[in-house]
Design a binder for this molecule. Structure first.
Ligand SMILES: Cc1cc2nc3c(=O)[nH]c(=O)nc-3n(C[C@H](O)[C@H](O)[C@H](O)COP(=O)(O)OP(=O)(O)OC[C@H]3O[C@@H](n4cnc5c(N)ncnc54)[C@H](O)[C@@H]3O)c2cc1C
Ligand code: SF4
Ligand code: SF4
Length: 1021
C-alpha cells in the first residue's frame, strides 16, 4: 500500500486562510438570506474607501435585514473573524476598509420605517441615504435631517452615524450626533439593544436590570465618573469636535446620551441596525449671498461677524479652487457669477418666504456695506442660480484631485477644525506650514463651523515623500491643537488621524477611549485598528513605496490626462460615490437598477486598479472577475460627463476588452452587432430580402440566436433606398452657397434615412450647400464596445482620409447621430492624438443644433408645441446640450429636458440576449414611463438612434430627431400637424412592401451562378 507523504498534507499559511475563508463563506451562506461574496472581484472592490488606505476584506455580506446582520455577526463570532459595517464607503480616513467581513447595509436595508412630523423624528434603516429621507420630509413637511454632507445624495445614515458627519447646514442644527435620538445596535457578542438619549434619570433602573445592557450602562457610568473632569477639561468646546469618541455625551449635564456617545465610533463598537433621528424645521425659502474678499484669509476673518446675522449655511472658498476648476473647464459659467475677490463666503439665509430670507440677506449687506473694507456682494435668491454656486463648493474635492500640470492631490489632512473666531489666524499659520513643506492646495470648507478642507499634493509613492507627509501631519496636528481645535472636523479619525489622538486629548483620555470600546466590544473584533489601538498612519497605504502596477505594454488610447498611463487612469477614481446617485444624472445606469457596488463606475475602476496591482486579482487582462464587473457597463460615457474626476469607463472597458479577447473568439454579438457597418453595406443590395429573413417567423429567431441577440426585440428594418442613394438621385441645392458636409452614419444611412433627409432640407433652409461624401465612411462606434480596436483604428483612418479634404478647407461636418459626433470628438483624438487631420476633424464636427446655432446663426421656423426631450448619453457627456436648448428656445418649443440618463439600449447593449432585461429596467427608470405619460399632442424628441429605438420598443410612441421636428415646422407652420401623435407624419424609414421575392430570385440567381462557377472551376482545375 502506498502511503501519502506527510508533506503533501501540510498546508501553507495562505492555503489555510483560504480554507478557513471557504468554511466561513459556506456557513454565512447557510445562515444569511442576503448575498455572501468572497470572490476576488468583490473583495477587490471593497478593498477601498475614499481614503489613502487599502485593505482587502475577507468577504462581503449584503444583508436583507437586521436579522441577517445579527446572523452574519454570529457566524463571524463563531469563527473569531472581525466585522466591518459599511454604508456607501465614502469615508476619507480609512475607517471603511479592513481585513474583516464587510457588512454592507446600503443595498437592501434602505427602508424609511417611520416619519412622525408632529414629534419631528424619523426611523430609518442604516442603508437609507440622507437625501432619500430629507428630500421627502422637506417636500411634505418642511422638515429635514440637517447634517448634509457633500455626499448627501448617496451617503447612508449608517455611515453618517459612524462618522458623526456634518454639512453646510450643521451651522443651523449641528453634527449627526446632535440629531440622533435612539439607536438599535448589534454587538459582536450577539447582544441586540436599543440605546437612547437622556437616560440619566433611568440609569439606576437600567443598571439594576442586570443582563448585558445593565452591565454596559454600569461600566459606562463608571467610565464617565472616572474621567468626567478630564473630559470637561480636554474636550474642545467648538462646533466641529469630531475626533475621538463622544464621551462628553455621557456627562450628567448632557443627560447620559448613550446613543449620541456611539455616534462617531466608526464601526469600532457596534453595528447600527436602526436609527431614530431628529428632524428640524427647514426654512422653505433661501437666499444666497456671496461675499468677495481680497483673499480667503480676510474672508475667514469676517466669519464671526457674519454668524451674528444667523445664516443657515456659511461656507468659504479660495481663488485656488476657482483657478483649478478653470483649468479643468469646470463650472466656467457658474464662476462668472461670483463677485470680485480672491476669497469668498457663501452665506445662506432661510425664511418662511422669499421676502423674509431676502430681507435677512439685505440686512447683512447693509451692515457690511457701511463698514470700511466692505466686501463685494452678490445676492442670489432664485434656487437655480444659488444651486450653480453651491455646485462649485460641492465639487471642491473632485476639482482639486488631478489638476492639469500639477502633481496629484490627496486626502491626508483634509478636515481639521478650529474655533470659527480664530479661523483667519489659523489659515495664515496653516499656509505658512504648507509653504515650508512646499505643498500646494486650495482652502475651502465649512467656515461657519471653523472646518477647513484641502487636498494636498503629498507624494505617497516614495519613502521620502511618505516620511515628509508624516512629518507634516505631526506639525499640522500640533498647530490645530494649539488653536484649541479638532484634528477631524467631520470625516472621522479612522486611520488617518487616530494615531494623533494623544496630541489632542492626552494619553489618559485615549486610555478612556480604549475602555469605552472594550465595554462594547471586549473581543476587539469590530473594525479593529481604527480610532483606538490604531494602525500607523503610514501603514496599509493604497500606494506606498512598494506600489508598482503592471502597466500594459501597448495602449490604444492616449490617456493624455493621465500622462499616457492606464494605471493612472484606473486609480483616478477618488471614491466620492457620485456614481451611486440613483436619482439624477446619467452615471451610472447599471448601478441605478442593480444597486450592486460591482456595477457602479467606482466598482469597475477599482477592479481595474486591482487587476494592475496583481495581488487579489492575479490573471491580469485575462481576468474573468474584471470581465464580469465590466459586463453591465453600457459604455454610455455617463461617467465621463458626470464623474467629478472624469473617470471614463467606456474607454477603459474598450482597452480591457481588446486585451481580454486577444487570441480568443468574441461572443457572437460582437460579430453580428459590432460589425454592423459591414452587414449594412451588404444588406443595401437586397434590403427586402434581409428584412424578410430577419422578420420571418422561426427564421428570425434562429438568426437572432446565432447572432447572440434577444428574441424580444424586432430587428430594425433596412431602408430600401439608403440615404446616400436618395441624395445621389436628388442632388444638392443652393449650388452657390457655402458648403457643409453631412456625415452619413451607418445607422441613419442604412436604417433611418428620413432624419438625414430632413437634415438636408434644414441645412438648405439655413442657406447651405450640402455635401455627402461618396466613400463609405463610419466612425466605428460599435467596434469600441467590443474592444475591436484594431478595426476601429482602421475605420477611423479611412474616415479621416475621407473627410480631411473638407476640414482642411475649414468646412464643418454635421453628424445626425450624437454617438458618431461624440466618436469624432472623443475617441478619434484619443486614438490619434498626434494626427493633425484627426484633431482638425474633431474640432470641425458638429451636431445639427451646434451647427445651426453656433455656425449658421439660423433663424429656425417656429413650432409652438409642448415637447419632452431625451438627451443621448454620449451627447450629454461629450458635447453637452446647450446648443440644442438654444435651438428649441428659438423655435418656441415649450420643452422639458428629461433627467432620464441613459435610455438603456446603448448601441448594441440592449439588443444582446444577456443584457435585454437590464436594458429594459434602465429604460423603465424614467424615459419609458415619461414617454407613455406624455399627452398625445406632445412631441417626443430624441436624436439618438438607440434612444429612438428604445422608445419605439417600449411604448406605443415614437421619438423624432431634431431635424424631423424642424422639418415639421417648415412643412406645417407654427402649430405643426393637427391631432395627436405628430410623429406619425414623420417616419424614420418609409415602409416598403416591395418585391422581396424578385430580390430573392436575383440574389438566389447570383448565388447559384457563383456556386456553379466555383464547381466548374474545381472540376477542370
Ligand atoms: C467628495 C466627498 C465629500 C465629502 N463631504 C463630506 C461633508 O461635507 N461632510 C462630512 O461629514 N463628510 C463628508 N465626506 C465624508 C463621507 O462622505 C461622510 O462621512 C459620509 O457620511 C459617510 O457615509 P457612507 O455611507 O459613505 O459611510 P461609510 O464610509 O460606508 O462608513 C462610514 C463609517 O461608518 C461606519 N458604519 C457604516 N455603517 C454602519 C452601521 N450600520 N453601523 C455602524 N457603523 C457603520 C463604517 O464602519 C465607517 O467607519 C465626504 C466624502 C467625500 C468623498
Ligand atoms: S467613479 Fe467618479 S463618481 Fe464614482 S466614486 Fe469614483 S470619482 Fe466618484
Ligand atoms: S460608461 Fe456608463 S455604464 Fe459604464 S461605468 Fe460609465 S456611467 Fe456606468
Amino acid at each position: 500500500m502506498t502511503q501519502t507523504p506527510r508533506r503533501a498534507l501540510r498546508l501553507s499559511g495562505k492555503q489555510r486562510a483560504n480554507l478557513q475563508a471557504l468554511r466561513l463563506a459556506a456557513e454565512l451562506r447557510r445562515e444569511v438570506r442576503g448575498e455572501v461574496r468572497f470572490d476576488a472581484g468583490t473583495r477587490s472592490i471593497y478593498a477601498h474607501d475614499s481614503s489613502n488606505y487599502r485593505q482587502t476584506p475577507i468577504g462581503i455580506v449584503i444583508p436583507r435585514d437586521a436579522e441577517d446582520v445579527v446572523a452574519a455577526i454570529g457566524v463571524c463570532r463563531s469563527h473569531g473573524v472581525p466585522v466591518l459595517p459599511r454604508g456607501c464607503g465614502t469615508s476619507l480616513s480609512g475607517e471603511t476598509v479592513n481585513v474583516a467581513v464587510v457588512i454592507d447595509t446600503s443595498h437592501h436595508m434602505r427602508e424609511i420605517l417611520e416619519v412622525n412630523p408632529d414629534e419631528r423624528y424619523a426611523r430609518v434603516q442604516p442603508g437609507v441615504v440622507r437625501d432619500q429621507l430629507s428630500l421627502m420630509t422637506e417636500e411634505r413637511y418642511n422638515l429635514t435631517f440637517a447634517p448634509d454632507t457633500s455626499t448627501h445624495a448617496y451617503a447612508t445614515f449608517g455611515g453618517m452615524i459612524g462618522n458623526n458627519s456634518c454639512g453646510v447646514h450643521s451651522v443651523m442644527a449641528g453634527r449627526t450626533s446632535d440629531n440622533v435620538e435612539e439607536l438599535e445596535v448589534a454587538l459582536y457578542d450577539g447582544t441586540r439593544l436599543r440605546v437612547g438619549n437622556h437616560e440619566e434619570q433611568e440609569l439606576e433602573r437600567i443598571i439594576r436590570e442586570r443582563g448585558r445592557r445593565g452591565e454596559i450602562y454600569r461600566r459606562l457610568r463608571e467610565l464617565r465618573d472616572r474621567y468626567a473632569d478630564l473630559i470637561r477639561e480636554r474636550y474642545p468646546d467648538i462646533p466641529r469636535r469630531v475626533s475621538g469618541y463622544n464621551l462628553d455625551e455621557l456627562l450628567p449635564e448632557k443627560g447620559f446620551n448613550v446613543a449620541r456617545a456611539l455616534v462617531g465610533t466608526e464601526g469600532t463598537c457596534v453595528t447600527v441596525l436602526e436609527a431614530r433621528v431628529r428632524l428640524v424645521h427647514s426654512p422653505p425659502a433661501r437666499s444666497l449671498l456671496v461675499l468677495g474678499y481680497p483673499s480667503v484669509y480676510e474672508a475667514a476673518d469676517h466669519v464671526p461677524e457674519i454668524l451674528e446675522h444667523g445664516p443657515v449655511g456659511l461656507e468659504g472658498i479660495d481663488d485656488t479652487l476657482i483657478e483649478d476648476m478653470r483649468l479643468q473647464g469646470m463650472h466656467l459659467q457658474d464662476m462668472e457669477l461670483l463677485p470680485e475677490g480672491g476669497g469668498w463666503l457663501l452665506v445662506e439665509f432661510g425664511g418662511e418666504s422669499q421676502e423674509e430670507s431676502r430681507q435677512k440677506a439685505r440686512e447683512l449687506m447693509e451692515a457690511l456695506g457701511s463698514a470700511d473694507g466692505a466686501p463685494s456682494m452678490e445676492l442670489f435668491d432664485t434656487p437655480d442660480k444659488a444651486q450653480e454656486i453651491w455646485g462649485i463648493r460641492e465639487d471642491g474635492l473632485g476639482a482639486t484631485a488631478y489638476v492639469p500640470g500639477q502633481g496629484d492631490h490627496w486626502e491626508g489632512w483634509e478636515d481639521a477644525a478650529v474655533p470659527p473666531e480664530r479661523l483667519g489666524e489659523y489659515l495664515r499659520d496653516f499656509r505658512d506650514l504648507l509653504d515650508r513643506y512646499g505643498y500646494h492646495t486650495s482652502l475651502y470648507g465649512h467656515f461657519g463651523d471653523g472646518c477647513v478642507h484641502c487636498r494636498i499634493d503629498f507624494d505617497l509613492k516614495t519613502a521620502e515623500g511618505i516620511a515628509r507627509w508624516r512629518s507634516f501631519i505631526d506639525e499640522a496636528a500640533d498647530l490645530v491643537v494649539s488653536y484649541g481645535g479638532s484634528l477631524s472636523g467631520e470625516h472621522g479619525d479612522g486611520q488617518s488621524r487616530a494615531e494623533l489622538l494623544p496630541k489632542m486629548y492626552g494619553e489618559e483620555l485615549v486610555q478612556a477611549f480604549r475602555q469605552f470600546k472594550a465595554i462594547w466590544d471586549p473581543d476587539w473584533k469590530m473594525n479593529p485598528g481604527k480610532v483606538v489601538e490604531p494602525y500607523g498612519i503610514t501603514e496599509n497605504l493604497r500606494f506606498g513605496k512598494d506600489y508598482s502596477p503592471r502597466e500594459p505594454e501597448r495602449l490604444y488610447f492616449a490617456y493624455s490626462e493621465d500622462h499616457g498611463s492606464f494605471s493612472h487612469a484606473t486609480m483616478r477614481c477618488v471614491g466620492a460615490g457620485k456614481c451611486r446617485d440613483i436619482d439624477s444624472g446619467t452615471m451610472c445606469p447599471s448601478y441605478m437598477v442593480t444597486l450592486e457596488e460591482e456595477h457602479s463606475t467606482r466598482g469597475r475602476a477599482r477592479v481595474l486598479h486591482e487587476m494592475l496591482r496583481g495581488e487579489t486579482i492575479a490573471d491580469g487582462f485575462r481576468s474573468k472577475e474584471v470581465f464580469d464587473a465590466l459586463d453591465l457597463c453600457l459604455s454610455c460615457k455617463g461617467c465621463k460627463g458626470d464623474c467629478p474626476v472624469d473617470v471614463d469607463m467606456a474607454t477603459y472597458k474598450a482597452e480591457f476588452l481588446k486585451k481580454y479577447y486577444e487570441r480568443r473568439l468574441r461572443p457572437p454579438e460582437a460579430y453580428s452587432m459590432g460589425l454592423i457597418m459591414l452587414h449594412a453595406r451588404l444588406a443595401q443590395y437586397a434590403p427586402r430580402l434581409v428584412n424578410a429573413a430577419t422578420h420571418a417567423p422561426l427564421l428570425k429567431d434562429t438568426i437572432k440566436r446565432l447572432g447572440g441577440l434577444t428574441p424580444e426585440r424586432e430587428m430594425p428594418p433596412f431602408a430600401t433606398q439608403t440615404f446616400k442613394a436618395w441624395f445621389r438621385e436628388r442632388g444638392p441645392k443652393n449650388p452657390a452657397s457655402p458648403p457643409v458636409v453631412l456625415f452619413p452614419d451607418t445607422f441613419n444611412n442604412f436604417l433611418h434615412p428620413e432624419p438625414m433627409k430632413a437634415t438636408v432640407e434644414v441645412l438648405e433652409d439655413a442657406g447651405y450647400r450640402v455635401i455627402v461624401p461618396e466613400r463609405p465612411l463610419c466612425c466605428g462606434r460599435p467596434l469600441y464596445d467590443y474592444g475591436m480596436l484594431d478595426a476601429a483604428r482602421f475605420t477611423l483612418r479611412r474616415l479621416v482620409a475621407g473627410l480631411a479634404p473638407y476640414v482642411r478647407e475649414g468646412i464643418r461636418v454635421v453628424g445626425v447621430e450624437p454617438s458618431c459626433v461624440a466618436a469624432f470628438r472623443d475617441e478619434l483624438p484619443n486614438l490619434f492624438p498626434h494626427d493633425e487631420d484627426a484633431r482638425r476633424l474633431a474640432r470641425h464636427t458638429r451636431t445639427l443644433a451646434e451647427f445651426l446655432v453656433e455656425d449658421a446663426d439660423y433663424d429656425p421656423p417656429r413650432l409652438e408645441r409642448r415637447a419632452l426631450v431625451h438627451r443621448h448619453c454620449h451627447q450629454q457627456a461629450v458635447m453637452g446640450f446647450d446648443a440644442e436648448r438654444r435651438l428649441y428656445e428659438r423655435m418656441g418649443l415649450d420643452f422639458e429636458v428629461l433627467d432620464s440618463g441613459c435610455c438603456g439600449l446603448a448601441g448594441s447593449f440592449g439588443f444582446e440576449r444577456e443584457h435585454y432585461e437590464i436594458s429594459m429596467r434602465i429604460g423603465e427608470r424614467r424615459l419609458l414611463p415619461a414617454a407613455r405619460g406624455a399627452a398625445p399632442e406632445t412631441l417626443l424628441l430624441a436624436d439618438g438612434f438607440s434612444c429612438k429605438t428604445q422608445v419605439e420598443h417600449g411604448t406605443d410612441r415614437r421619438a423624432l430627431h431634431t431635424a424631423q421636428v424642424l422639418k415639421m415646422a417648415l412643412d406645417h407652420g407654427r402649430s405643426g400637424p393637427p391631432g395627436g401623435r405628430p410623429e406619425r407624419h414623420y417616419p424614420d424609414v418609409v415602409p416598403d412592401g416591395g418585391p422581396a421575392l424578385q430580390e430573392a430570385a436575383v440574389v438566389g440567381g447570383v448565388l447559384a451562378g457563383g456556386a456553379l462557377l466555383w464547381a466548374l472551376k474545381r472540376r477542370f482545375a
